[in-house]
Design a protein around this ligand. Structure first.
Ligand SMILES: Nc1ncnc2c1ncn2[C@@H]1O[C@H](COP(=O)(O)OP(=O)(O)OP(=O)(O)O)[C@@H](O)[C@H]1O
Length: 806
């Protein structure tokens, strides 16, 4: 056979394959047309029903209608948005063998997973018994037969679970790519290539190289895409895990933890909407990650029921995105702060001008309590554990007791308790109207707000008193200095770690107490020692609201924590308060933790999750990084956490990371002004900019430049004018994000920037949060990685920094 024949045959095969692809695409187009026709019918029907209900003055809420025909109605109302904003309304198809009757599928429904014994004939032939189309929402035809099955329905599970090793009934899995109403193409995986399957008498063809690789190769934008068309089996198990108790998921970078957590939220809503509607909280580490991920749920047809909040925005009315330096963050996040804040919450009662004497006129005579007596009353009030603001009624009550005693009236009426009670009531009522008394109470037991108390910690002497035996001198100094930003009244800007302190204080202070009411029973008379005491009167009585008292927090039905390895003990307490009665999904990767005291955080996490039973999952495949990048990052992982197993990268691109040294002839990078305005000054900046430009030309999507936290502003200037495809970010901000290409600037600085002491004393190999942060930085790229080293990196002749050499 001549060379020309070989070429002709190959061309012929390619032309055949093209023909099959076109034919298969046309077939799916026919199905999609039918789906849209049906959806249009349902939209008209829904509009008519809404209209009709409105005309007849009935309650025609979408909710009420949805119950009539929930699945199709929902599809209808989402359709227009799906059309305009999202691709792939219908994205999947499975062709199945006949199943064993009566066998249950992965979710316990009667969807047989295993084929019937005679599904494959002895000669290897088999007929496709069932074809299912899978989409973002379910659509039924006029006879209630499914045109599209919701991806979350049990019947759709084999689309995700089938693998060539355990194919079950699935012969062919097809991913359909469409835009609006147009089918663009199909990608098939044959899960049982050993059999000759036919559909309606025709042989079942397979088109393309599989959908996963196609999805992974696409350029990235500034928003995360859903993975609904290519969820992998181990991910699907997490998404569909029963909601009960706590689901814990660990996996290395790029294993899909964030994606899986968001798809799980959509799944839980589908399974039990009544329970979860309005009640799923997703906690994300940074506002950047919130905005990166917030389109995923709407693309899955879920909006409004899930709150995605950054750790700095978890308290209503507060929006913090500033970072503290790591040593400060470490103090603020430590569990030791709970004790300090407890003292501060009580100590703050003495912040203003505390009156040392109470003088009133009662029943026509002067009664007075002196400093010692007042101190004794205060001690007595503080004997309980109720929130400080809620102790105010008790303070009032005990002051009245002391005044009553002092007035001698108690003795005068000792023989007649009934009369004594009556007189006492008059005594209290008189004093409640006496401004000398009410003004005194306001000054002596002021209403405290969390911000005010937090700001009070900025006074170093005062803080040292409150923190005695809990914080070291250096820590007190750092903390006090950092809180000065808040100003005296506490209205200054908050850092992310301040928010957890604020939330802790909200708990310790409680809401401002109700104003005293006549004949009010002091609940603490009976209940001293209870954690939280309010009466119906307190709750319904008029409150003097302060503008800086935030709305009550909510109690969620399910809490999803992303990047859980980074929560500080105080943040765990803050999140735990929002899920006291919740079920939980907690995803994270210890190898990416930037927190130093991991034992302390583990204890706080255990407390937040309580004694609920746990179900653990591990994700093992890295879908983000090509193997060439993952292998480099694994060197740092080996230093940061010796012995840990990295996830396995799913693809190889042939593009190895590029190393560039920005070291001048004098060995300086000049970024710290080593030689003034001269050559070395902006060598690093110029190099980084040039590398970013180079990557922008090489990839279609985004380029992220990751620098040590202290260099963020500088890095933004380096990139000025390069357009919005290039982004500069600090190492801690890179959490959870990804870019087509990244420039990682000075690995040594990123590792040191976090914790110089840990890095230089322990040295590489001693582990440490700094190296884990570097590991995060190195695992953000989906295609290309460039490393720019400065002098601190001690690059070798090839520009490879010391930390990344073999
Ligand atoms: N089954 C899948 N099909 C297609 N893409 C996937 C799949 N699973 C994950 N990905 C993609 O891999 C990338 C990494 O996913 P994700 O950000 O959820 O990982 P992660 O485990 O949270 O990573 P990190 O720990 O680094 O934050 C994303 O682009 C995601 O869309």
């Amino acid at each position: 056979m001549g060379a020309q024949d070989t070429v002709d045959r190959a061309d012929g095969r390619a032309a055949d394959a093209e023909g099959v692809r076109e034919r298969e695409t046309r077939r799916e187009q026919t199905h999609l047309d039918a789906v849209y026709r049906r959806l249009e019918e349902k939209i008209h029907e829904a509009e008519f029903l809404m209209d009709d209900a409105a005309k007849r003055g009935q309650v025609g809420t979408p909710g009420a209608l949805a119950e009539r025909d929930a699945q199709v109605f929902r599809a209808g109302i989402h359709l227009n948005r799906l059309n305009s904003e999202f691709e792939d309304f219908l994205f999947g198809r499975i062709d199945l063998l006949d199943g064993k009757t009566g066998e249950r599928g992965p979710d316990g429904a009667y969807t047989s997973v295993e084929p019937a014994d005679d599904a494959v004939r002895p000669d290897g032939g088999a007929d496709i018994a069932e074809t299912l189309h899978i989409g973002r929402l379910g659509v039924l035809d006029a006879d209630y037969a499914p045109l599209v099955i919701d991806w979350r329905a049990p019947a759709a599970a084999p689309f995700y679970r089938a693998t060539p090793v355990t194919p079950g009934r699935v012969v062919r899995r097809r991913v359909i790519r469409s835009k609006g109403r147009r089918v663009l193409g199909v990608e098939d995986d044959l899960l049982r290539p050993e059999i000759r399957a036919t559909l309606d008498g025709e042989e079942l063809p397979a088109v393309g190289d599989g959908a996963l690789m196609a999805a992974l190769g696409r350029a990235r934008g500034h928003a995360m895409r859903d993975i609904v068309a290519s969820i992998q089996a181990e991910q699907d198990e997490v998404i569909r895990a029963p909601a009960a108790s706590v689901t814990e998921v660990e996996g290395g970078p790029g294993t899909g933890k964030t994606a899986v957590a968001l798809h799980r939220a959509a799944y839980l809503l589908y399974r039990d909407r009544r329970r979860y509607a309005g009640g799923i909280l997703v906690v994300s580490p940074t506002p950047l990650l919130v905005s990166y991920t917030e389109g995923v749920l709407p693309s899955l047809g879920e909006e409004g029921q899930v709150a995605i909040r950054a750790l700095g925005s978890l308290v209503d009315g507060v929006e913090a995105s500033a970072y503290d330096d790591q040593p400060v963050a470490r103090v603020k996040g430590s569990a030791r702060m709970v004790g300090v804040l407890r003292r501060a919450a009580r100590g703050a009662l003495e912040l203003g001008e505390v009156p040392q004497r109470l003088r009133v006129v009662a029943f026509g005579s002067r009664v007075e309590l002196g400093a010692d007596e007042l101190r004794a009353v205060r001690r007595q009030v503080l004997g309980g554990t109720a929130p400080v603001n809620l102790m105010r009624p008790r303070a009032r009550r005990l002051l009245l007791d002391a005044l009553w005693e002092k007035s001698g009236a108690a003795r005068r009426h000792a023989h007649d308790p009934e009369l004594a009670a009556e007189v006492r009531q008059g005594f209290d009522e008189d004093l409640d109207e006496e401004t000398d008394f009410t003004d005194f109470l306001d000054a002596w037991w002021p209403e405290l707000t969390p911000r005010r108390v937090l700001a009070a910690l900025a006074d170093e002497k005062r803080l040292a008193r409150w923190a005695r035996r809990m914080l070291r001198g250096g820590e007190v100094r750092l903390l006090a200095r950092s809180l000065r930003r808040l100003g005296v009244d506490g209205t200054g800007p908050l850092s992310v770690h301040d928010v957890a302190l604020l939330d802790e204080l909200r708990q310790l202070l409680g809401p401002p107490a109700a104003r005293p009411r006549r004949q009010e029973d002091d609940p603490l008379d009976q209940l001293t020692g209870l954690e939280e005491v309010t009466t119906a009167a307190d709750r319904s009585g008029p409150r003097r609201r302060r503008p800086d008292v935030e709305e009550e927090r909510r109690d969620y039905a399910h809490v999803i924590v992303d990047e859980a390895q980074d929560l500080t003990p105080l943040q765990w307490r803050m999140v735990g308060r929002r899920g006291r009665h919740a079920t939980w999904t907690v995803v994270g990767d210890p190898a990416q933790s930037s927190w130093t005291d991991t034992d302390e955080a583990a204890a706080a996490r255990a407390e937040a999750l309580g004694g609920r039973p746990r179900r653990r999952f591990e994700l093992t495949v890295n879908y983000r990084n090509p193997a060439e990048i993952a292998e480099l990052a694994d060197r740092v992982l080996a230093l940061a956490m010796p012995g840990s197993t990295p996830p396995e990268a799913v693809r190889r691109t042939g593009l190895v990371p590029r190393f560039v040294a920005a070291v001048g002839a004098d060995g300086a990078d000049g970024a710290d002004g080593a030689d003034g305005e001269g050559n070395g000054e902006d060598l690093l900046g110029r190099t980084v900019r040039a590398e970013a430009e180079r990557l922008l030309a090489e990839v279609d999507g985004t380029v992220g430049v990751v620098v040590a936290m202290g260099r963020r502003t500088q890095a933004r200037q380096w990139l000025a004018g390069l357009g919005d495809r290039a982004v500069a970010l600090g190492s801690l901000e890179a959490k959870g994000l990804e870019y087509d290409a990244t420039v990682v600037v000075s690995p040594a600085e990123i590792a040191e920037g976090l914790s110089p002491r840990e890095f230089t004393e322990g040295g590489p190999g001693a582990g440490g949060a700094g190296l884990r942060v570097l590991y995060v930085a190195l695992t953000r790229a989906t295609q290309r990685l460039t490393l720019v080293s400065g002098p601190r990196d001690l690059p070798d002749a090839d520009g490879v920094p010391d930390l990344l050499r073999d």
